[in-house]
Design a protein around this ligand. Sequence first.
Ligand code: CAA
Length: 276
Amino acid sequence: MSHEHDDHHEAPSFALEIPEFEYLRYEVDEGIAWVTFTRPKALNALAADVLREIAEVSEVIAEDPEVRVAVFTGEGKAFVAGADIGEISELKEVFVAREYSLGGQEVMNHIAALPLPTIAAINGYALGGGLELALACDLRVASNKAKLGLPEVGLGLIPGFGGTQRLPRLIGAGRAYDLILTARHVPAEEALQLGLLNRVADDVIAAARKLAQQIAKNSPVALALAKESLARGVDVPLPEALEIEADLFGMACTTKDMREGTSAFLEKRAPEFKGE
Ligand code: CAA
């Protein structure tokens, strides 16, 4: 055990351990965490090892005190072209395949449950498990060349990483039946009309950065509480959902960020949120 820092009188700092990733890159710039999938030769397909790294990077994001917003994107012509079809082709036993689906869902659930806003910056194909990953994010921005879809029925499969459930919750059942039963690839402009995307841009990275910066100006605690209220309210009846909102509104009013935000407004100055 080294004591090389004993002579210094620095404040003890919390050292975040970032694992070595093989299939993705993790960078933090001005409070924005960028997760870039780096397996373009396989169109960033989600092999088991990639899914494991996504679960790991989600933990890093959740623990990194510098991060206010996380953006997921891909290198090359795909965001993510789905789960790895080679691996899926080996699935035969119902229980093994069920576990495979549950495992993928868990990774998507990790992303959905992150206590900070997440953006999918869809640079190209977002198909199958790739669209399911984007659906687990809070917001979706796409390049105008992107194609989105759940093509699983064309492979004799069904979406298994949350697609049959998150898609209808986002865009409505009628539109979800259309996309899932036709297996078609939807161009970005149409996906925007369907409510599947929040923005379409020539430069998806610039658009995602702008959106992330707009979000990051706000109170991190309020962002986490707003996200929690939105997420928890979806699956419960309205009266119960409104109770959830009131509980979380109550919590927001106990925070330093709320004191700061309201004081700053009344004092006609910009707020300085500490996330407390
Ligand atoms: N799994 C494994 N490998 C994939 C892949 C995937 N999902 N998608 C693409 N690849 C591989 C290709 O096999 C090819 O590899 P080789 O160079 O070794 O041959 C490489 O990536 C490049 O792909 P293409 O040559 O096919 O590129 P293209 O430009 O001609 O076509 C595409 C692009 C239309 C996206 C096409 O690759 C495609 O249809 N991919 C599969 C999309 C798909 O069906 N996704 C759903 C997967 S199932 C799923 O996700 C289940 C779930 O819900 C959990």
